[in-house]
Design a protein around this ligand. Sequence first.
Ligand code: ADP
Ligand code: ADP
Length: 218
Amino acid sequence: MIEVRGLSKHYGEKVAVDDLTFTVRPGVVTGFLGPNGAGKSTTMRMIVGLDRPDAGTVTVNGRPFREHAAPLAEVGSLLEAKAVHTGRSAYNHLLAMAATTGVPRRRVDEVIDLVGLHEVARKRAGGFSLGMGQRLGIASALLGDPQTLLLDEPVNGLDPDGVLWIRNLLKGLAAEGRTVFVSSHLMSEMAVTAEHLIVIGRGRLIADSPTAELIDRA
Ligand code: ADP
Ligand code: ADP
C-alpha cells in the first residue's frame, strides 16, 4: 500500500505537484492518469525518494521508502523509459544488477522467463528495440520480487502486442496481491488496464475512484 498525504513539489515558479492525497491499495492495478506535465513522474519519483517533497509525506507499507531494510525488495520501479546503454547481454546486465542488490542468481532466469526475454537474453541489451528495452526495464523492476511496483508510462511507444503483454502482466501481478501503480496519459489504455484510477491535472487531484464509476460518469 502506498499512502500519499498532502504532497507538494515546485520547480522554480512551477508547481509540479499540489497538495496530493491518495492511497494505492494492493490487489488491483491502480492507474495514475493525467495529461503530459500533470505531475505523474514527479509524484512517482517522490514515492521512491528520488525527489524531495516541499511538503507532505509518502509511505510504502507504512514507512518511507528509504527506511525499508531492503527497499528494492519492497518497491520495484520503471520510472523512465530510458534505453540501457551497455555492451553487455541482457542476461549479464540483469546478473550485474542482481549482484549489486543481493538478489540470488536464479532470480535472473525467473524474471527473464516472466518478461519473455528468452530469445534475446544473450544479445547486446544496448541494441534492443523499444519493446525489448521496456521488457528489460520491467525485468529489472521485478528482480527483487517486490511487493509494490511503480511503472511510469510503460506502454509508451510499444506496438499493440507489447501493450497487451504489459496489461496482462500487470493484472497478473496485482492478482497475486501486489500493489501495482502505473501511469499513463491515455484514458483508453487505463480504462482497460486499471481497476482503480487516480486522476490528476496541473498537480492536483481530480478523481480517485473505481474505473467503472469514472467511465459511467464520462
Ligand atoms: P508528467 O509525468 O505527468 O508528464 P511531470 O511530473 O514530469 O509530469 O512534470 C510536472 C511539471 O513539472 C511539468 O510542468 C514539468 O515541466 C515540471 N518539471 C518536472 N520535472 C522538472 C525538473 N526537473 N525541473 C523543472 N521542471 C520540472
Ligand atoms: P558479454 O557480452 O557481457 O561477455 P555474453 O552474452 O557473452 O556476455 O555471456 C557471458 C556469460 O554469461 C557466458 O558465460 C554465458 O554462459 C552467460 N550467459 C549469457 N546469456 C545467458 C543466458 N541467456 N542464459 C544463461 N547464461 C547466459
